[in-house]
Every structure is written in C-alpha cells, then in structure tokens.
Design a protein around this ligand. Structure first.
Ligand SMILES: [Zn+2]
Ligand SMILES: [Zn+2]
Length: 392
C-alpha cells in the first residue's frame, strides 16, 4: 500500500511541475503557487545556482558559467540540433530494440517496420530542411523589394534603419541578434534548428511540427497496439481470472494488468508515456502556430501587439482618471442641492472608466485565412510580382 502512495504523490508532484512549467504564465494562475513554481523553474533556480556557485567557488566560476550560457544561448551553436538528433535517434533505437520483434503481431503488420523508418527519415529531413534553409535574409540588394512587399502599418512598424546592417528595416522584419542578420517576416530564432524562422522557412517549420506531432502519435498508437496485442496473444486476462482467481472486472483486473505491463513491457510503457507527452506538447505548439499563420501574425508581432495594447490601455486609464478628477472638481464647485442631485445622477451614469476607448488590434497584414495560408506556402519573395516591385 505504501508504495502506491509514493507513486500517487510522485505523480501529483510531476503533474504540478509540468503544469507550472508549461502554463505557469497564464493569467488564470497569476498570484498562485503555480506561477511561483514557474518562476522558480524558469528563472529563480538558475539565479540561486549562480549565487551558490559564486559563494562556494568564487566569482570566476560564476563568470565561466555565464560565458558558457552566452555561448549556448546568445550565439549560433549546434547543441540543441545535436540534442534533437540524439533524442530522435535514441528513442527510435529503443523502439527498434523493444518492439520490432513483435512485428507482425496480433494488431500490427510487418509494414510498420518500414513505415516507421520512412516516417523517422522524413522527420529528420524536415528538421534539416528547416535548419539549413534561408529564413529570408534581408540584404542591400533585396531590401527595396521587401520594403515594397511589406508596407508599414505605422502602429507596430514604422520606417527605421537596422543599426547593425545599415539598411532600411522592412515592416515585419527583425534583426536577429544571435545570427547577426535582418530576417524578413521574422517569427522567432529557433534554438533547436539553430536558425531563424522567417518569411521563407515558416512553411518548413510548420511541416516539421505537424510531421513530428503525427510521428509521436503514430508511435504511441503502434506501441499501444503491440502491448494490447501481447495481452491478447498471451491470454493475460484469461490466465489472471482462471488460474489466479482474480475477479473479472475492470477494478479487479487493472492493478494486475499494470503489474504485468511494468514487469514484461516496461520499455514500451515508458516509450508510450514519453511519446504521448511529446504528442500533447507538439499538438499545443502546432495549434498555436497554426492560429498565428491563419491570422497572419508572427510570434514577434504577438509581443509587439501586447506592448502596444498595454501602452494604449495605460493611456486610456490616464485619460479616464483625468476625466474623473475633472468631474469630481466640478461637483465640488457646485451648490449643495446640485451635489445631491449629481450624486444620484452619477450613480446611474457610466463611470469615467467605462468611457475608455476599446483598444483594437488592427492587423493590416491579415487578409483572410486563405490568403494568409498562401503567404506561408508561397512566400511573397518567391512570387514573380516581388521582383518587379519598386519601393516608392
Ligand atoms: Zn540587421
Ligand atoms: Zn536567428
């Protein structure tokens, strides 16, 4: 019994940590301990670690760690690319080692041996394609075309020059500090790809996300079918109920089946859990980016819009409080009777805060779902019209 409690506590703690890590910054968790755990994992723990190193090993050791961090996070480097290849390689190795001998099985045919190889191969190819493709580098020779293709909206983009590249900055572009170049329709710099995601390779990036989501889902399902097929072939339920006298019900069989699974198929169970979690993560990530593609917004622009909206709201608040102050001054100057009336009137009147202008996000680049998706699939810079454009 005690072991089961340890497992339950372990499960709850793991779920909490994962939830805090992934969703801790969501507004609904503001001020809760979920947000605090998120802060600790994403920032606090590293800060404590640096202070700890400084106290124990001196400030030189701390500076060494900061140098390593600078190399890993602020400079182009293949560490995460290697990690991706290691993760997919090791996972597939364990799949081959633990499961290929069950092909063909009760529910799965030998076809999946080859299908899985092909699926993993395509996944790696998409990874390489995204990593080594041009994200849409803006250079002196193509900047006039980019300036013409992406007009300034004068809200989040206005005419500017890149202080590093010394060329005008087209709307929607951003200078990537890690790669040291300006990228058109900049989405984000992806550490896993060691490349920027921009105008020309967002399509490969999306294909990568979708393919890996499907790949993990495929793995989860096939491994699940192998395990369930083994249960059928070995007549586990029959043996448990007839030979061991276990009650033939879900609640009666469940602990014994779990015990059998962990005893004879532990690698597959671990792989199923791992692949399932990655499937969920990728589904969320793909859904988020699909939403961005459909509304023709980049990740970079979501931050810009957030800043713009919170700045606008602050201005509105200032306007509203100025109006409230004016109203209260006016009522103080009025006669006693007038005050009585105005109090009642004020009660039924809208408060000055309700006069706030609605802050609207007017995204001029959003041209409807179909055109937006076509812009991802066929980047503007690869269309023939692009080369005839002149910026005026
Ligand atoms: Zn630049
Ligand atoms: Zn970059």
């Amino acid at each position: 019994m005690e072991v089961q409690w340890v497992l339950v506590v372990h499960g709850v703690v793991t779920a909490m940590v994962v939830l805090s890590f992934l969703c801790g910054q969501w507004p609904i968790f503001r001020g809760t301990f979920i947000e605090k755990i998120n802060y600790f994992i994403t920032f606090g723990a590293y800060d404590y670690f640096l202070r700890f190193v400084a106290v124990i090993c001196g400030s030189r050791a701390r500076d060494a760690i900061l140098t390593i961090e600078h190399y890993c996070c602020d400079r182009p480097n293949p560490i995460l690319q290697m990690l991706y290849l290691a993760i997919i390689g090791i996972t597939y190795f364990f799949v081959i080692k633990s499961s290929f001998r069950y092909f063909p099985g009760y529910y799965v045919s030998e076809f999946h041996k080859y299908a899985s190889m092909l699926a993993v191969g395509v996944g790696v190819l998409l990874f390489l394609l995204t990593s080594f493709s041009d994200p849409g580098t803006v250079k002196a020779d193509n900047v006039p075309q980019y300036l013409a293709a992406y007009p300034y909206d004068e809200v989040i983009y206005s005419e500017k020059e890149c202080s590093t590249c010394k060329i005008p900055k087209p709307a929607r572009s951003k200078h990537c500090g890690i790669c040291g170049r300006c990228v058109a329709r900049f989405d984000h710099h992806c550490g896993w790809m060691n490349n920027c995601i921009g105008e020309k390779n967002t399509r490969y990036f999306m294909a990568f996300l979708l393919w890996h989501f499907l790949l993990c889902l495929y793995g989860t399902i096939i491994l699940g079918l192998i395990v369930v097929g083994q249960m059928k072939e070995r007549r586990i339920v029959y043996i448990l109920t007839v030979y061991y006298g276990v009650e033939n019900s879900y609640s009666g069989l469940f602990p014994h089946v779990v015990q059998w699974l962990l005893g004879s198929h532990n690698t597959q169970v671990l792989l199923i859990v791992f692949l399932f979690l990655v499937t969920l993560l990728l589904a969320g990530f793909f859904a988020y980016h699909t939403h961005l593609c459909m509304t023709n917004t980049t990740t970079n622009e979501t931050f810009k819009w957030q800043d713009y909206i919170s700045w606008k709201k602050k201005i509105n608040e200032a306007k509203a409080s100025a109006a409230a102050l004016k109203a209260s001054l006016q009522s103080m100057n009025g006669e006693g009777k007038a005050i009585k009336h105005s109090k009642w009137r004020a009660f039924f009147r809208k408060s000055p805060l309700q006069y706030e202008e609605e802050v609207i996000k007017n995204n001029i680049y959003d041209q409807g779902i179909i055109k937006n998706l076509l812009e991802i699939l066929f980047p503007l810079s690869e269309r023939s019209s692009f080369h005839h454009q002149k910026y005026t």
